[in-house]
Design a binder for this molecule. Structure first.
Ligand SMILES: [Zn+2]
Length: 98
């Protein structure tokens, strides 16, 4: 049996708040992506393998998470990346005001 995990961080941020494409300014939609990641592989450190409290998932794990997707220009962008872009935007707006 394969291990599976749905990573759903900040659902409010992902599904309720509106986000705009940094490339073409269209409204972004969310898209489900899945990938099998081995817990011992180099990229495993980018993912949270915790499961049911203290236990961790080992071996090949089918991870599913959400990314932002622009239907207009096809851009795909992760949650963390989006947050840092919006942070920069906010800072720029602040700088303009002062
Ligand atoms: Zn776009």
């Amino acid at each position: 049996m394969k291990n599976r995990k749905l990573i759903l961080d900040s659902p409010f941020y992902m599904f309720v708040k509106k986000h705009y494409c940094p490339r073409c300014s269209s409204v972004l939609r969310t898209k489900k992506v899945s990938k099998i990641v081995n817990s011992k592989s180099a990229e495993a450190k980018n993912f949270d393998f915790s499961h049911c409290g203290d236990a961790n998932l080992y071996g090949d794990v089918l991870l599913t998470w959400y990314v932002f997707h622009c239907e207009c220009c096809g851009l795909e962008i992760g949650r963390k990346q989006m947050k840092s872009i919006e942070k920069k935007k906010k800072q720029q707006m602040k700088d303009k005001r002062t």
